[in-house]
Design a protein around this ligand. Structure first.
Ligand code: KIV
Length: 273
């Protein structure tokens, strides 16, 4: 019996993720943005479902995550939480809804929790947003950090290449990760940094480090659902493993349907009233 099957009904909480890390049990995390996919992913046994602001790219067709609004994230969050029974649901705070000041950050986090029914929020950054994180945590809202490549800062970085290859940036990343643990975050996503660095951080911290393009020595992995299912064929970074080729499968199914309609094969006798 697989891990997913053996523990398929017990609700995943932030505390349980920390217990999993203690036991050395890896944490699975995947994005979802709608009811139907969230339902499949939850029933498959995923530990954490992230309503990521990558919805901006894969759902809304934007080039970056910056245009996403709080209302849009809440809409996606509502759709996902209606479907999920077991996984922990985390919703991203979008760009511009927490960087202004800590009051704005708290107001945004409260709206997400009240209106989407999510169980935690995620935001990008370290010491620069310390006050905002602390204020949100004081309101009893669990916070997940996000360090390394932080897509909301793409205009500062200029590219989506690997972060923290230089010593100074690596040291800041280590310091920020410790800070996030100290102030009370329950976990941290670390994106696109050298595997050795991410592994070092995971071994120094007691909260789970969930990697994306951060190697295998961390406590869990997260991917964007459209990428790992092969819906999105134009995105092929080295860290991505594709588990399906839904782009091809869906194209074939849609083409068969078109052919059947054009040839009057569909509907047949048994498919009508
Ligand atoms: O928005 C998102 O999907 C994310 C993942 C890439 C971790 O933040």
């Amino acid at each position: 019996m697989s891990v997913a099957q053996s523990d398929n009904t017990r609700k995943v909480t932030t505390h349980r993720l920390i217990e999993m890390k203690k036991r050395g049990e890896k944490i699975s995390m995947l994005t979802a943005y709608d009811y139907s996919m969230a339902s499949i992913i939850d029933q498959a046994g995923m530990d954490v479902i992230l309503v990521g602001d990558s919805a901006s790219n894969v759902m809304a067709g934007n080039v970056t995550t910056l245009p996403m609004t709080l209302d849009q994230m809440i809409y996606h969050g509502q759709s996902v939480t209606k479907a999920v029974k077991r996984a922990l649901v985390v919703v991203d705070l979008p760009f511009g809804t927490y960087q202004g000041n800590s009051k704005q950050a708290l107001a945004s986090a409260i709206r997400v929790m009240k209106e989407s029914n999510a169980e935690a929020i995620k935001l990008e950054g370290g010491s620069e947003i310390r006050e905002s994180i602390e204020r949100i945590l004081c309101a009893g809202i669990p916070v997940m950090g996000h360090l390394g490549l932080t897509p909301q800062s793409i205009n500062k970085f200029g590219t989506y290449t690997v972060r923290a290859k230089e010593e100074a940036e690596a040291q800041k990343l280590i310091k920020d990760a410790h800070l996030l643990e100290e102030i009370g975050c329950f976990g941290i996503v670390i994106e696109k940094v050298p595997a050795k660095l991410a592994g070092q951080i995971a071994s120094e911290l007691t909260i789970p480090i969930i990697g994306i393009g951060a190697g295998g020595s961390v406590d869990g992995q997260v991917l964007v659902m459209h990428d790992m299912l092969g819906i999105n064929k134009g995105f092929s970074p080295r860290f991505l493993r594709r588990y399906a080729d839904l782009h091809t499968e869906i194209t074939k199914a849609v083409q068969s349907y078109i052919e059947d309609v054009k040839s009057s094969d569909f509907p047949n006798e048994s498919e009508q009233y």
